[in-house]
Design a protein around this ligand. Sequence first.
Ligand code: BT5
Length: 251
Amino acid sequence: MIGRKIIHYNQVTSTNDIIREWAELGEADGLVVTAEEQTQGRGRLGRKWVVPSGTSVQLSALLRPPLAPLDAHRLTQMAALALTATLRELVRAKGGSPPAAVALKWPNDVLLNGKKCAGILAETGIAAEWLAFAILGIGLNVNYSMRDYTELAPFATTLADELGHPVNRDALEEALLAELDAYYARLCAGDDFLTEWRGQLTTLGRAVRVATSSGIEEGIAQDVDTDGALLLRQGERVLRLYAGDVTLLKD
Ligand code: BT5
């Protein structure tokens, strides 16, 4: 069960680092580590995840899912769906008018009114055929204003900014862990979330620019494949992209 044991820290380098140590010591599936502050919070490709201390939800879960390494993207999809379910319930109960729109952006962003309010970082320990363990890291911006972060503000936001009031972080974290646990039970039972995840992706069918490690690609975000790849149509050819940052181009 995700959250069967929760260890809370005031300050860590990264909650993903702490979970990795526990994983390597043989700790069982379901441990969760949370932190008020991360001194080296990170995103994909070594990028920084920056959040003021004591304001948000920053957690990592240790999972030992029955997945092959190539299926690890399903953990990111699972976390994305748990986040959107939690946020939709929050908006329903405490949202403003009009209600904030909750959506996903490939591959790992959760958007509130079109801006990123949460990110997911799944890291894995590979045995051979199966994952030895997975570390599912989630950062959700809660009680601060992105206005003070001029570089991030054009594309990032917080719950307080979009709802117009602070949110009880403990209750939010509890709700998120319950959703994660429910989705994880389904994943372990063999459920696939591709259709549900695809249905919440904002960019499909639209003209996008994707910054990848090998350059910039533009095209129509046609679909996502079963392996999590974004299928980008460029005229007659279709590129398969496994990582990158997507921005919407004017249609
Ligand atoms: C992510 O990476 O979005 C994954 C973020 C995962 C954070 C959690 S917190 C708990 C656990 N422990 C960790 O150390 N990490 C996980 P990526 O898609 O690569 O996005 C990173 C980019 O988002 C940065 O380069 C910034 O442009 C931007 N960014 C940084 N901090 C942000 C924030 N608080 N809100 C929105 N965007 C942010």
